[in-house]
Structures are given as C-alpha cells and as structure tokens.
Design a protein around this ligand. Structure first.
Ligand code: ATP
Ligand code: MG
Length: 401
C-alpha cells in the first residue's frame, strides 16, 4: 500500500502542476479567450484537469482508508486469538492469570504506536514522492554548470566573429543555421534580414549564449564565447527582443530593470532619448504608473519605446535588436525609428530589420535565407564603391520583394 500511495502522490503532484499551469495560461491569454469566445471550452479544459486531480486525491484517500480498516481488522483478530489462546493456557494451568493480564496490558499499550507507525509509513511514502520531484528539479543541469569561462570581457575591441557556425535545435532534423561566417567590427551596424523562420533570432541568440552552436564557433576578440565569464559577457549585451517583455511594475522600475541603482534623472534621460517621456508624463502617475501584466495598459509602440529606454539606460557596447513586425502607423514608426537611432549611436549593433528605414541606416546588410547567410552589399563604403556580392542568392530570394 505504501508503494501504491507513493505512485498516487507522484501523479497527484503532476496533476496539480498541470492544473495550475492551465489556469496561468488561460488568465495570461484572457483577451484571446474572450475574443474567440472560448470561455466555456477553456472552463471545461480546467474542469477536466481539476477532475483528474480530484480523482487521484479520492483514490489516495481510498487507499488510506483501506489500509486503516485492514489494520483495525488485523488488530481485533490478533487480540481475540491471544485472549482465546492465553485463556486456554491459564485454564490449563501453564500460565498464571497475573502473567496473562500483564501480557495483555503490554500488548494493548503497544497496539496504538504500532498502528501509528503504519500510518507514518504511508505519510513517508507520500513525502518521498514529493521529495523525488523536488530533487529532479534541483538536479537539473543549470546554466552555471556550463559556465567554465574565466576571462572577464572588457569591451569589444577587434571583432565578433562567427566561424562556420551551425545550430540545430534538439530533436530537430533540419538545421536552424548552416555554416555561418560573419565578422562584425566594433561600432558597425549590421542589418540582418530574411524571411520568417530563416534563423535570424536563432543567430543572435548565440551571442548571449542562450544556445550553443552545434558546429563552428563564435569569437569575441579572438576568444570563443565560452572562455568569457557568462555574466560579464551578458553585461556587454543589450537586447530589445522581438517579443517585448515588460513586468507588472512601475514604468520607473521597468526602465531601470537592467541597471539597479539608476537614479531618477538617469531613467528620465533614457526615456527622453527613447521618445517615451511624452506618453509617460501623460499617464496619471507618470513614472510611478503601474503598466499591467506584460505592459497590458500600454500601446504596442509605447511598449517598444519602453524596451528601447531600458536598453539605452543599460548602455551596452553590443546591441541586439530584434525588430518586432508589429504594424505601427507612420507617425509611431517615425518616433520608434528616432528612438532606435539614439539607441544605436556609438554601438556595435546587430539589428534584425523589418523596416526599410532601419535597413537604410545600417552599414552592412546580410541576408539569412533557409538557415544560410549571404552578404548583399556594403552600404557605407568609404570610397563610395559598392562591394561585390559574397555568395550568391538562392533562387527563392527575390531582392525586389
Ligand atoms: N527554441 C527553439 N526550439 C526549437 N526550434 C526553434 C526554436 N526557436 C526557433 N526554432 C526553429 O528554428 C527556425 C528558425 O527560427 P528563428 O526564430 O531563428 O526564425 P526568425 O528568422 O527569427 O523568424 P521571424 O522573422 O519569424 O522571427 C524555425 O524553423 C523555428 O521553428
Ligand atoms: Mg525572429
């Protein structure tokens, strides 16, 4: 029964986890749920999870109850047997009545602790199942386990180099990146373009070492990324990602996210450069306004500008910009563009560009197509002549698009 309880406890915990993650997911996407009229269906999905958990809990209680009643029955039967046998011994004169009664008293005293012991075994089995789950999580390989780098990164002085880099995600048959060679000089702005799913976000995720290349290597100033301390590497990188992540907190703290201890003046300066000051001051509580879960109370363009302000305040030497494709109207696009221009000033920037204006401001354009990289031209060649193409376009790529 202990074994069975342990199994039930393990699946009960899993089901409780499922139930709370379903709830979290539904609440996080409540607008989509409402817009698609899925309230009932999602309610049913939750109820199904809830029922599964309920049934496991009931089964657990059943096993407990059966165990308990079995113990009682065994107890009563053994007492009856002992009285019968002991009585027989006393009557036949083999045992004195005194010895028999003291034995009975001792047995009755021992009965309760023995029963409790079997109950505790059940509890211990359930606790073991819980402990196994906790240790599974504790034993997971953390990022720190791969962090063997010792060199502190002190700015990017010569170049960032991708040498024959390939990346294939776990359990995928096709590579997300194939044999990428790219050299980025300090201060350069590189626009990375390419169709959806071509591997742009994957390429830039290698720089903060969110993923490790399956082949080839990425170097900064001649040393592979893995030889640098992870935190010092990441301290050099600012990311404005495709999906803007904001926290349900004040605007002030969202902007100061990457630099704890930033003063109010620093935050305001960053907001100004990101063209966010105007809309922030229009909010009833200004910098102290709470922006809702994932910035729900702001518009798309406002969210982008907050993310830009956050990157400006962090002031990283290497900037990774994964432009969102969200359609902004021309006015907001112009403002976001101005904010981006402020952000890219004096920085090595790798920008995944969707807007023509961003591409125009780049020093070089590289195209990723079906996981392969092509460089199309050198925009700002000092002599004015256009660099020849390195590599040729695959036939599916039509630059006129
Ligand atoms: N974390 C991941 N795990 C597994 N596969 C992934 C992961 N991220 C991306 N992929 C796959 O890798 C390929 C490249 O994705 P990636 O996000 O780099 O594309 P992208 O060029 O950024 O596209 P988009 O312009 O739509 O953002 C896709 O086929 C995608 O399915
Ligand atoms: Mg992407």
């Amino acid at each position: 029964m202990g074994k069975r309880l342990k199994k039930l406890a393990a699946s009960g915990q899993e089901q409780m986890g499922d139930m709370s993650s379903t709830l979290q997911e539904i609440f996080a996407g409540i607008r989509v749920v409402k817009a698609f009229g899925r309230e009932d269906a999602e309610g049913e999905r939750f109820r199904a999870r809830n029922r599964a958990y309920l049934s496991t809990t009931l089964k657990t209680n059943q096993v407990w109850a059966i165990g308990h009643s079995h113990m009682e029955i065994i107890g009563v039967i053994s007492v009856a047997t002992l009285i019968w046998y002991g009585g027989y011994l006393v009557i036949s004169g083999t045992m004195t009545p005194g010895a028999f009664f003291s034995f009975m008293a001792a047995m009755i005293l021992a009965y309760t602790p023995i029963r409790k012991l079997s109950g505790s075994n059940n509890l211990i089995q359930q606790a073991l199942a819980a402990a196994e789950r906790v240790f599974d999580v504790l034993d997971m390989n953390t990022e720190q386990a791969h962090d063997h780098g010792t060199a502190p990164l002190m700015g990017i002085k010569q170049a960032i180099e991708f040498q024959g880099v390939s990346l294939r995600y776990e359990n995928h048959t096709v590579s997300a990146l194939t044999d990428i060679d790219l050299v980025i000089k300090p201060g350069e702005v590189i626009a990375l373009v390419g169709s959806s799913g071509s591997g742009k976000t994957s390429l830039v995720s290698l720089l903060p070492r969110f993923y490790e290349p399956t082949a080839g290597r990425v170097l900064i100033d001649g040393l592979p990324l893995a030889s640098y301390e992870l935190h010092s590497l990441r301290a050099h990188i600012g990311i404005v990602s495709q999906e803007i992540v904001l926290f349900d907190d004040t605007i002030q703290r969202n902007i100061a996210f990457g630099r704890t201890g930033a003063s109010q003046a620093d935050v305001e300066q960053a907001a100004k450069l990101a063209y966010a000051q105007d809309f922030i001051l229009r909010l009833p509580e200004g910098y102290q306004s709470i922006i809702g879960e994932r910035g729900l109370k702001l518009s798309g363009g406002e969210r982008q500008r907050l993310a830009i302000a956050r990157a400006i305040l962090r002031d990283p030497p290497l900037l990774i910009l994964d432009e969102a494709t969200s359609a902004l109207d021309t006015e907001s696009e112009r403002i976001v563009q101005l904010a981006l221009a402020n952000l890219m000033k004096n920085r090595t920037t790798l920008v995944i560009a969707h807007r023509l204006s961003t591409i125009q401001n780049a020093d070089r354009i590289v195209v990723l197509e079906r996981s392969m990289l092509f460089e199309i031209q050198n925009m700002r060649d000092s002599s004015g002549k256009v660099e020849p193409m390195r590599g040729s376009m695959p036939c599916s790529f039509n630059p006129k698009k």
